[in-house]
Design a protein around this ligand. Structure first.
Ligand code: 13P
Length: 254
């Protein structure tokens, strides 16, 4: 059975004090309100990871993730953070290939392939993001785009490695715009992604891969999105910065 997961991506928001405050608020709400089997991940700025790891209480359903890591193990890469550093800070997950990194930091599929390798080698679980731009959607090329993003960055992995991935479909046109993919639009792509994995790795592995939806997900639209058969949770940006909204989104996943 695949896992149902809601992950928050704080992006470059919140100073340390604000981050710890929000994290504790989320933990307190989850302790009282979380009834289901959902897993919850908070992906904070790397500099906050260790403080959040120390603030973790016994709410075992909450884990911590980073938003990026460098592809090299270590070395002369001033200002960068390695997968091993992230793991040693107490994180379990790392987002790889977010569209903001593809766009603003020119991250290519071949670079992301290396990042997936380094992440897995260091015992971290990747949340691997894919998604088309508005131009690609309107131009009708979005199936090809998604297929290329997935196959070029991740299909070199063997089955045992692939089974550790979480995928996140985040249409770029829906991120931070208030425009959400309709449940039907999102389901269409999620099923397409799962079928690509079936073709490459077989039915049983594909059935066990968690595929998240991300893009203007909020407490109002979450339940309808999560009700789709191939949507196994969400990767949440803006709404993960408010404890009440984030926890309501988590509760919409059952
Ligand atoms: P929003 O939820 O703010 O649209 O962001 C989605 C996202 O990019 C999560 O990684």
């Amino acid at each position: 059975m695949r896992k149902n997961i809601v992950a928050g991506n704080w992006k470059m928001n919140l100073d340390l004090e604000q981050g710890i405050h929000l994290f504790n608020e989320i933990q307190d709400l989850l302790k009282v309100e979380l009834r289901g089997e959902q897993e919850v991940i908070v992906c904070s700025p790397s500099i906050h990871l260790n403080s959040l790891a120390k603030a973790l209480n016994d709410t075992s359903k909450l884990s911590i993730g980073a938003q990026n890591c460098h592809q090299a193990e270590n070395g002369a890469y001033t200002g960068e953070v390695s997968a091993q550093m992230i793991a040693s800070a107490g994180a379990k997950y790392v987002i790889i290939g977010h569209s903001e990194r593809r766009l603003y930091f020119s991250e290519s599929s071949s670079l992301l392939a290396q990042k997936l390798d380094t992440t897995l080698k260091n015992g971290l679980l990747p949340i691997f993001c894919i998604g088309e731009t508005l131009e690609q959607r309107n131009g009708g090329t979005y199936f090809d785009v998604i297929k290329e993003q997935i196959s070029e960055a991740s299909f070199h992995l063997d089955g045992s490695e692939y089974g550790k991935l979480i995928l996140a479909y985040e249409p770029v046109w829906a991120i931070g715009t208030g425009l959400t993919a309709s449940p039907e639009q999102a389901q269409e792509i999620h099923l397409f992604i799962r079928n690509l994995i079936v073709e490459k790795y077989g039915q049983s592995l594909a059935e066990n891969i968690t595929i998240l939806y991300g893009g203007s997900c909020n407490p109002k639209n979450a339940a309808e999105l999560f009700a789709q058969p191939d949507i196994d949770g969400g990767l949440i940006g803006g709404a993960s910065l408010k404890a009440r909204d984030f926890v309501d989104i988590i509760k919409a996943l059952n």
